[in-house]
Write a protein that binds this ligand. Structure first.
Ligand SMILES: *[C@@H]1O[C@H](CO)[C@@H](O)[C@H](O)[C@H]1NC(C)=O
Ligand SMILES: *[C@@H]1O[C@H](CO)[C@@H](O)[C@H](O)[C@H]1NC(C)=O
Ligand SMILES: *[C@@H]1O[C@H](CO)[C@@H](O)[C@H](O)[C@H]1NC(C)=O
Ligand SMILES: [Zn+2]
Length: 230
């Protein structure tokens, strides 16, 4: 039983790796689409920091944070919006971090008194210039939303395989499979996997492992079951 379980996990892991023609972007020397790893790392860190800014805790249980950036404006990139998992706040089970961010960006892009003041049609088209950074690989719902939006780039930290390995309930379809199946859609999207996992992993590895330390700025509650801001 234990062996079988291990096999399934490692098969899922292998599948995620073998199915992909995209290699993980963990190499600091790579510059993809003109953007340095250091710049990618900065935006991925902001996806982590979005938790503290938007969820009210630097270490929420559902630690899924997203930022949406315009790298076509400059290689450094310009922040358009952020979002974090809002299930607990809104009661809407589909408000994952990526969906919350896409919803937030849409609002910001079409705000008649805001910086962009786009029409709905213009806002929908604007996503094809943008890059979505998320600190964990998107579930198939969010990966599909990312493809429907036509994002130019999609960059994730901790993989679904890693989440599953560490106790998370997940739908075991890697984003690359969703991307591979979306060839009928008009816009190509570059997928960059496992970016800055040394900094995204700590947000996801404590929830089901009582011996794993809380993310920075947090410590175990008395029961040991969750992490709280210190
Ligand atoms: C992104 O940058 C490009 C190039 O400067 C610009 O044309 C486009 O309007 C920008 N998109 C948004 C949503 O700011
Ligand atoms: C939307 O994004 C903006 C800009 O990053 C941020 O200030 C704001 O708090 C976000 N709103 C929500 C609901 O996440
Ligand atoms: C995580 O790894 C990247 C290289 O992939 C490095 O630049 C960064 O400093 C590391 N972060 C920490 C906190 O050690
Ligand atoms: Zn999702």
């Amino acid at each position: 039983m234990r062996l079988a379980h291990l096999f399934i996990v490692s098969a899922a892991h292998l599948h995620g790796v073998l199915a992909t023609t995209q290699l993980p972007l963990a190499d600091e020397t790579l510059m993809i689409n003109g953007v340095t790893f250091e710049t990618r790392a900065r935006w991925m860190r902001l996806a982590n920091q979005a938790l503290g800014e938007l969820s009210g805790s630097p270490c929420p249980f559902a630690a899924f944070g997203t930022v949406i950036v315009n790298h076509t404006a400059s290689d450094e990139g310009e922040l358009i919006c952020m979002g974090v998992n809002e299930n607990g706040k809104t009661g809407n089970p589909s408000s994952h971090g990526e969906i919350a961010a896409i919803t937030n960006c849409t609002k910001i892009l079409t705000d008649p008194t805001g910086k962009f003041r786009l029409t709905a049609t213009e806002a929908a088209a604007a996503f094809t210039d943008l890059s979505l950074y998320t600190n964990a690989e998107s579930c198939p719902m969010c990966a599909s939303a990312i493809r429907w939006a036509g994002f130019r780039e999609y960059i994730y930290g901790t993989s679904i395989a890693r989440l599953v390995e560490k106790g998370w309930g997940q739908i075991r379809i890697p984003s690359v499979d969703v991307f591979e199946a979306s060839f009928d859609l008009p816009y190509p999207s570059r997928l960059m996997a496992n970016v800055l996992t040394n900094e995204t992993d700590p947000y996801f590895l404590w929830q089901y492992d009582p011996s794993y330390p809380c993310p920075r700025g947090c410590s175990r509650t008395q029961s040991g079951k969750s992490c709280d801001a210190t």
